[in-house]
Design a protein around this ligand. Sequence first.
Ligand SMILES: Nc1ncnc2c1ncn2[C@@H]1O[C@H](COP(=O)(O)OP(=O)(O)O)[C@@H](O)[C@H]1O
Ligand SMILES: [Mg+2]
Length: 281
Amino acid sequence: MAEVVETGVPGDVGRHPRTPAVDPPVLVVDDLVVEHRNDRTGEVFRAVDRVSLRIGAGESVAVVGESGSGKTTLAMAATGLGPRGGGDIRLLGHPLHATSRSQLRRLRPDVQVVFQDPHGSLDPRQSVRSGLRELRSLQPERTSWIGDADLLGRVRLAPDLLDRYPHQLSGGQAQRVCIARALLMRPRLIVADEPTSGLDVSVQADVLALLRQIRATTGAALLMISHDLAVVRSVCDSVHVMYRGRVVEAGPCETVFGTPEHDYTRELLAAMPGARWRSRR
Ligand SMILES: Nc1ncnc2c1ncn2[C@@H]1O[C@H](COP(=O)(O)OP(=O)(O)O)[C@@H](O)[C@H]1O
Ligand SMILES: [Mg+2]
């Protein structure tokens, strides 16, 4: 894969021109509470309970926990895409409670979400190429830095896939297209919500390797949501362990997985093949 792409800007290799040392955090979540109301019974359920987290520029932070622990609710609230109850969120320096819809729309390109089901995220009536064309027409200045074929190269897809429709793509290919669409915006934060859970085991590792590489080459921060410790371990620096809406333990992956303090973290580790923490390096 070519590392240097045609951009018209000398020396530009697609890396976001920001450095962690001087930039403010991309996301600060303080004491977030999100409640869901059951429309039928009227019952209120607290899906996220006083969660705090912080992601610095270029950092890679995971939220791990079993299904139903509130991970997606947290991620959607934190990025302004889902409901938010109490607490404070600063996204790219903007306090969400004081950010208008139009301001939020302007922030949107900077925060890209990759979902679990890639086919569900793509318009079935659009070829890959026409989907990219549409994105470019919405954000012409933002997206002119790279051509379609080079963009696909970045996610290790051949250019002939540009003329395919989503149903003509495998799960792994479709997820790479979703990642390419996110990259096109040169985001400062990529949120990946179970990005490999819907894929065949055989391609999961490739997609994770791709996310690692994207982190290294673009400088974007990553919020990785997963129920799978192995996924977290392979991509992230630090981890928040979520259990029934709460963060029960947080810290660098090495610490949390190496010397887990909470019973739930130990359970998660015990359920993992090859249970003991091993450094990925
Ligand atoms: N829109 C919603 N309305 C009502 N309950 C919801 C809604 N979304 C999620 N929930 C509930 O909130 C809890 C957390 O869900 P979710 O954030 O999707 O967890 P996770 O992503 O960890 O699997 C679950 O019990 C789920 O059933
Ligand atoms: Mg989820």
